[in-house]
Design a binder for this molecule. Sequence first.
Ligand code: UDP
Length: 148
Amino acid sequence: SVLLPKFRKMTTHRTFTMIKPDAVENGHIGGILEKITSAGFTIVAMKYTQLSKRDAQAFYAIHKERPFFDELVDFMTRGPIVSAILEKENAVEDFRALIGATNPEDAAEGTIRKLYATDIAENAVHGSDSDENAAIEGAFHFSGREIY
Ligand code: UDP
C-alpha cells in the first residue's frame, strides 16, 4: 500500500514454519493450517516435502552440540513435513505466541503445541525466533519463484 512507510523491510512481516513429522503423521495438517489462517497469517509459500539428513543437520546446525541433536535430525527426517512462509504484521513474535512454548506441558491453552504436540521433542511445529532467522530459513526452503 502507498500508505506503508517505504523503509519497511519485507523480512519484518514474515516468518517461517514447518508442520513437523509427528503432526503430519497424526493427521493435524488441516487443524494447524486452520489455526494459522484464523490468526491472520497469509501463506506466501508452502510445500509438502521431506528433509534429508543433510538438510536437517544444516537447518538445525545451531543445535549441533546439544545432546538432543541426533534425535532431532532423526525425528525431522522420518517422514514428510509441510514448510511455509507466513506473512502478518509482527509475524515472528505473533507466530511464536500462537505456537506456544517448546515443551507442550508449558504451552498456553489454545496454542498449537498445547493442542497438537506430543512432547518437547515432537512438538508439532517450528517457528522462526527472529526476523533474521525467518529470512535465512525461508531462503533455505524456497527459491524466489516459489514465494508469492
Ligand atoms: N528439542 C528437543 N529437545 C529439547 C529441546 C528441543 O528435541 O530438549 C527440539 C524440539 O523439536 C525443538 C527444536 O529442538 O522445537 C529446537 O529447539 P529450540 O530450543 O530452538 O525450540 P523452539 O524454538 O522450536 O521452540
